[in-house]
Design a protein around this ligand. Structure first.
Ligand code: CP
Ligand code: NVA
Length: 337
């Protein structure tokens, strides 16, 4: 058995740098196969359940197309479709789904739900985002960084915005594992929790990653190769006004990018998406009416600039999720890494 067979992917902290890099490189390989039209049916005959308590465009689409490309059958089970959380416990749901499906993706609120699914289903469970972590996003993100720079170690990624959300947590810890310097630039109220900082610091000691958590834009931006942001109000959050006011100074705009001092060919912008960069959506119009702003975490100018990589990043969700599903469930041998 390979080091991945039968394993769940619940949080990045459960994986070594070599394992994460293996999955990233496997994603790049599967992307090349896809582009060349070469079949890669590593999950022939398998059934995978896709559970979503929260909405999704990319994660749902990535898991669905990845499963089909791998020869598996994906089954979408939305929040309103199944008994989970209403009439039935996570434990009972896990036992039933595990008896019929070969793998389970879960997106929802509590990290404990995805952990219980893994504990009681007996099949690999993949975390498609919880309030705490977004590990499949990290595979795509660091795959995108590697694609752009050819390597990871020693690069600097700055996340600016809500430093306490799932994506910020995951970037801090994954960067620390991989030896990528991570700067979190946020108002003090939204700094990562001490627990998350402790986990990241432990990994950074081994990898040599430099971690900086600051409310000072100049300090946080300096020397950055990747400037990353995410929505100011994540799914499940509601304190809009407070967040908008706290985060206004932490918008990724051209002035913020300039503060990096990084040459143009060594600087990219990333966003996990969805993004609020204009008022063309219903949501955008509502925000404009309530708060008088037309852009939030990123300006339209940066979003459409030569630095922007968010759509490549979104595409890479599929290739990297494919790598993760194939490695943990596929009919293929992966040597120990
Ligand atoms: N980035 C991401 O997870 O997007 P979705 O919420 O659309 O899945
Ligand atoms: N932090 C965001 C990420 C969406 C992909 C949220 O949880 O809503």
């Amino acid at each position: 058995n390979s080091v991945f067979q039968g394993r769940s992917v619940l949080a990045e902290k459960d994986f070594t740098a070599a394992e994460l890099e293996y999955l990233i490189d496997f994603g790049l390989h599967l992307k090349a196969l896809k582009k060349a039209g070469i079949p890669h049916h590593y999950l022939e005959g398998k059934n995978v359940a896709l559970l979503f308590e929260k909405s999704s465009t990319r994660t749902r689409s990535a898991f669905t197309t990845a499963a089909i490309d791998l020869g598996a059958h994906p089954e979408f089970l939305g929040a309103g479709d199944i008994q989970l959380g209403k009439k039935e416990s996570v434990e009972d749901t896990a036992k039933v789904l595990g008896s019929m499906f070969d793998g389970i993706e879960f997106r929802g609120f509590k990290q404990s739900s995805v952990e219980q699914l893994a504990e009681f289903s007996g099949v690999p469970v993949w975390n498609g985002l919880t309030d705490e972590w977004h590990p499949t996003q990290m595979l795509a993100d660091f795959m995108t960084v590697k694609e752009n720079f050819g390597h990871l170690k020693g690069l600097t990624l700055t996340f600016m915005g809500d430093g306490r959300n799932n994506v910020a947590n995951s970037l801090l810890v994954t960067g620390a594992i991989l030896g990528v310097n991570v700067h979190i630039v946020a108002p003090k109220e939204l700094f990562p929790s001490q627990d998350i900082q402790d986990i990241a610091n432990k990994f950074a000691k081994d990898s040599g990653a430099d971690l900086v958590i600051t409310d000072d834009l100049d300090k946080g931006m300096k020397g950055s190769n990747v400037v990353y942001t995410d929505v100011w109000v994540s799914m499940g959050e509601s304190n809009w006004e407070e967040r908008v006011n706290l985060l206004k100074p932490y918008q990724v705009n051209m002035a913020a990018l300039k503060k990096t001092g990084t040459p143009d060919d060594q600087l990219i912008f990333m966003h996990c998406l969805p993004a609020f960069h204009d008022t063309t959506t219903e949501y955008g119009k509502e925000i404009e009416e309530k708060y008088g702003i037309t852009e939030m975490e990123v300006t339209d100018e940066v979003f459409r600039s030569k630095y922007a990589r968010q759509f490549e990043e979104a595409e890479n969700r599929m290739h990297s999720i494919k790598a993760m599903m194939a490695a943990t469930l596929g009919n293929l041998f992966i040597p120990r890494v």
